[in-house]
Design a protein around this ligand. Structure first.
Ligand code: FMN
Length: 332
């Protein structure tokens, strides 16, 4: 199975992606940028530009993602990204559920009106020569909405369709709506990629098992996109690639013991991210803000270290932060 690193705004920028590539690359074949929203006549923000610069993304396959409801804006930004930076595949965000995005009709709000979605895709595909993929949810409020949305997608030559099978109002919680994913997987002629709630081998195998048993020829999707699960445990793609998804009942036993991240790897991973942020950020506050955001996820790997994690959260100075981190991730 191939794995993709999902875009997570505020986390999976080039610094994080490069650290994943350096220490936990096994199994990951594609990385997606967090969304870039076109700004009329004003070009990309400096940090967005820095995030896609080829020199900041050496040795990794990066797909820039655009968030817009306007075909012309998509075309001009994607063309610029292609001409200035050499990318030939662009992803359209049709899934972001955040209010600040959906109140402007973007992200998951594109799904509220399949005819408007159709016009948007028509405007894009009739003029663009780039490879275009879509990352989508399955509706705004209800799974019933997915039928007409899927019919729209099926009309276009998407390079792939990545589905997080939840509605906008589901946010990031509640049951995954597997039937909707399976329907798309069975009906689409372009590759359909699964994304959602894979946090460990068991989740992965359960989901793959459901998909496989629901298709006549027992097929699996060509790739799975990992989001929060990989931020919780950066070795997740490696763990999943090393387990044999055919051996469902022996899930845990079939995984080699060395697939989880070691403390030494985590320490090196952390330090790489810390040093890279330190170079570009001015002062302790923004640096610690970024690092603490990461610990909000990675802290789950240390369930017995609540006090040490609290010291990380409370640190306001770089030195205190590093002392707290070293108490969890010592140098060997
Ligand atoms: C903090 C955060 C930021 C996200 N930012 C983006 C984004 O910029 N673009 C996007 O398509 N999805 C974004 N997502 C959604 C994820 O890419 C992914 O689809 C979602 O987390 C479900 O996958 P998971 O269960 O593996 O995490 C974000 C999710 C989170 C939690």
């Amino acid at each position: 199975m191939d794995f993709y690193l999902a875009p997570l705004e505020g986390i999976t920028g080039y610094i994080y992606r490069n650290a994943v590539r350096e220490f936990f690359e096994e199994g990951i074949v594609k990385y997606f940028t967090p969304f870039i929203a076109p700004r009329q006549g004003r070009g990309m923000k400096r940090n967005e530009e820095r995030d896609i610069l080829p020199e900041n993304n050496k040795e990794l396959k990066l797909i820039p993602q655009i968030l817009t409801k306007d075909a012309e804006d998509f075309l001009s930004l994607s063309q610029r990204i292609h001409e200035d930076y050499g990318y030939d595949e662009i992803n359209l965000n049709a899934g972001c559920p955040s209010k600040t995005v959906t109140t402007h009709g973007k992200g998951a709000a594109l799904l509220s009106d399949p005819e408007a979605l159709d016009r948007l895709l028509d405007g894009i595909f009739s003029k663009s020569s780039l490879r275009i993929s879509v990352k989508t949810r399955i509706g705004v409020e209800s799974e019933e909405e997915f039928g007409p949305i899927l019919e729209v997608y099926k009309r276009y030559p998407l390079s792939e369709l990545i589905i997080h099978p939840r509605t906008q109002t589901d946010g990031y919680g509640g049951q995954i709506r597997m039937a909707a994913f399976i329907r798309a997987f069975r009906e689409c002629s372009f590759p359909v990629i699964y994304n959602g709630d894979i946090f460990n081998i068991r989740d992965y195998q359960e989901k793959m098992n459901v998909i496989r048993s629901s298709t006549p020829d027992g097929k699996l999707p060509p790739a799975v996109m990992l989001g929060r699960g990989l931020i919780f445990d950066p070795a997740l793609a490696r763990e999943l690639s090393r387990c044999d998804s055919n051996m469902l009942s022996e899930a845990e036993e079939s995984a080699p013991a060395d697939s989880a991240a070691s403390l030494t790897e985590l320490r090196a991973f952390h330090d790489r991210i810390f040093t890279a942020y330190e170079e570009i950020l001015d002062g302790d506050t923004p640096l610690l803000f970024h690092m603490k955001e990461l610990w909000g996820y990675m802290g789950r790997l240390f369930p017995g270290d609540a006090k040490k994690l609290k010291s990380i959260r409370k640190a306001t100075k770089k030195a205190d932060y590093l002392t707290a981190v070293r108490s969890i991730l010592p140098l060997y």
